[in-house]
Design a protein around this ligand. Structure first.
Ligand code: B12
Ligand code: SF4
Length: 489
């Protein structure tokens, strides 16, 4: 069959991100013998015109549409991508009779809502490699694909189907013989404009942090690739596209113990000169791990610490306490790694006192950068959303495509002014919900000058701090942004 694969993501902040998930789908579909073409809407000036022309030329029999982001998950500067997604589906339906199959992480978080809202013909919730190929085979043979695991059928458009639970496919050997097919995309442009390439070493997360969707998207068990296979892919990428920094997109790269160690040892054994960064957990992050990562080329580690207050950490369902968080930060800094601490302020149970405790600890920890989120984005199916529903604080219908955030009423007035003051004093904080993380123009200039890798690394530089501190000169003590297409509960 002729299959057109479309990446709808046009977000350039914090960087344009190579559509790795769709590259995996491209590999699976072409391995299954189908003819593919790719439409990536990220860079074009008139992406919908280009899409129309491409559909006219290629005459696809099936269209796969990847929806990565629902919204930017930041409050109150929320960016909601629904209208852009609708535009793409409407364009496809206007110029082609081919069924449109929706997929991607954004879609998988809210499959039924997206099917209804976008009038999708079919959908795949979760991992798409096998389910999409099975769906193509069924369509080709004129069979009904509805019973394939992970497939969301057009019948799910009806109100009566709201209770349907979709069981995504999560094969343990998902990576066997499969590498993302990057060649039909402009990977080199993503390296140039986004400053990094990307690669996945495992799927899943065993932790149960209260607000997090990753275990829902990827499953709550780790399914890892072999270190040799991972480093083969890394080496091929460097050979094919020239030396460039990589981001490991795993939920957390450094857990379970032994995984990142094996990758680092393989990198060192081959004598590769690499630059890479990743997400990590403070759990079991010790001196040895930090030093090994640094030696193997890790230049930045994003620690999902979330709070540095014991009670707030417990309420967020984190599996470590403040002491572990501080220690992990110290080991990384001592090893010469740059550290970005991501913190969530305003989750249920937050008080002025817990915020002050976290901020005080962060000052002492002195990481390279702090990304502080204001409030928590609620997603269906997370332990946090369920608890808020059970407590009667949120109605199930509140949690959907309309970006909905929770901020504990105990801190809602205090939070914005306090955080902006902290950010002003520290100089290396990013408040994505209160101030744009980086102006698109500045980002383009830095990338144009050849600055690669994650930009938060630069926040230890005085000139970059001056740039950021300037944003908080006059702390805005109110939320000050119209609450149009988002909701605060
Ligand atoms: C790594 C990551 C990042 C890194 C990316 C670095 C890099 N160079 O790649 C960074 C930190 C930069 C980042 C930034 C952002 N991210 Co992010 N990120 C992730 C993460 C952890 C992994 C994404 C990934 O690459 N997965 C690996 C690939 C292989 O999986 P996949 O894309 O899901 O694809 C599979 C399926 O979805 C499906 N599939 C995909 N496409 C298609 C298409 C079809 C037709 C089919 C059938 C199936 C299918 O099959 C694929 C293979 O199995 C996810 C969470 C997660 N666990 O998924 C969040 C996630 C995607 N990010 C999210 C968000 C919000 C953002 C930001 C907007 C945050 C912000 N305010 O800055 C930005 C947006 C950046 C941009 N330009 O788009 C959200 C999106 C959902 C939402 N809430 O809207 C997620 C899901 C996290 C969450 N909160 O739940 N992110
Ligand atoms: S926040 Fe990190 S450690 Fe916690 S469940 Fe999500 S991915 Fe796992």
């Amino acid at each position: 069959m002729r299959v057109l694969l479309v990446s709808a993501n046009r977000e350039h902040l914090p960087d344009p991100i190579f559509p790795l998930g769709l590259a995996y789908i491209a590999a699976a579909v072409s391995d299954a013998g189908h003819e593919i073409d790719v439409a990536d809407l990220c860079f074009g000036r008139k992406p919908l015109d280009d899409l129309r022309n491409q559909v006219a030329r290629f005459q696809p029999q099936v269209i796969g549409l990847s929806l990565r982001n629902v919204d930017n998950a930041a409050y109150p500067l929320t960016v909601d991508y629904l209208a852009l997604h609708r535009e793409v589906v409407d364009t496809l339906h206007a110029v082609s009779n081919a069924p449109v199959v929706l997929g991607g992480s954004g879609f998988s978080i809210l499959p039924l809502a997206y099917m209804r809202e976008l009038d999708g013909d079919w959908g795949i919730a979760g991992e798409g490699e096998r389910a999409f190929v099975a769906l193509l085979q069924a369509l080709e043979q004129g069979l009904d694909p509805s019973s394939i695991a992970g497939v969301v059928s057009p019948k799910s458009n009806t109100a009566a189907s709201l209770n349907i639970t979709i069981q995504p496919q999560r094969p343990a050997n998902w990576a066997e013989g499969l590498r993302p097919l990057r060649s039909p995309f402009d990977y080199a442009r993503y390296i140039r404009r986004g400053g990094t390439g990307n690669i996945q070493t495992k799927r899943g997360c065993v932790f149960k942090c209260s607000y997090c969707t990753y275990p829902l998207l990827e499953g709550n068990r780790f399914r890892a690739r072999e270190a040799v296979d991972i480093v083969d892919e890394v080496e091929n990428l460097q050979r094919e596209y020239g030396p460039h920094p990589l981001f490991f997109v795993d939920s957390i790269l450094n857990f379970p113990r032994g995984h990142v160690e094996a990758i680092c040892e393989e990198i060192l054994r081959r004598g590769l000169d690499l630059r890479w960064s990743c997400y990590a957990t403070p759990v079991k992050l010790d001196r040895h791990q930090a030093q090994l990562m640094a030696r193997a080329g890790c230049e930045g580690i994003e620690l999902g610490t979330d709070a540095v207050d014991d009670e707030q950490l417990a309420r967020l369902g984190k599996s470590f306490n403040a002491e572990v968080a501080e220690r992990a930060n110290r080991y990384c800094m001592e090893a010469g790694l740059r550290v970005c601490q991501t913190i969530i302020f305003g989750a249920p149970g937050e008080t002025e006192s817990s915020m002050r405790t976290s901020c005080h600890a962060l000052r002492k920890m002195n990481p390279t950068a702090v990304v502080a989120m204001t409030g928590v984005r609620l997603y269906p199916g997370t332990p946090l959303s369920q608890a808020l529903i059970d407590d009667g604080k949120v109605k199930p219908d509140d949690i959907g495509l309309l970006p909905t955030f929770y901020i504990d009423p105990a801190v809602s007035d205090f939070l914005p002014g306090f955080l902006q003051q902290q950010a002003h004093e520290a100089g290396n904080w990013v408040l994505p919900g209160l101030v744009e993380p980086i102006l698109p123009g500045s980002q383009r200039i830095l990338r144009g000058l050849g600055v690669s890798g994650p930009l938060w690394r630069l926040l230890h530089k005085p000139w970059m701090q001056r740039l950021y501190r300037g944003n908080f000169k006059r702390p805005n003590t109110s939320w000050g942004v119209p609450n149009a297409s988002k909701k605060l509960v």
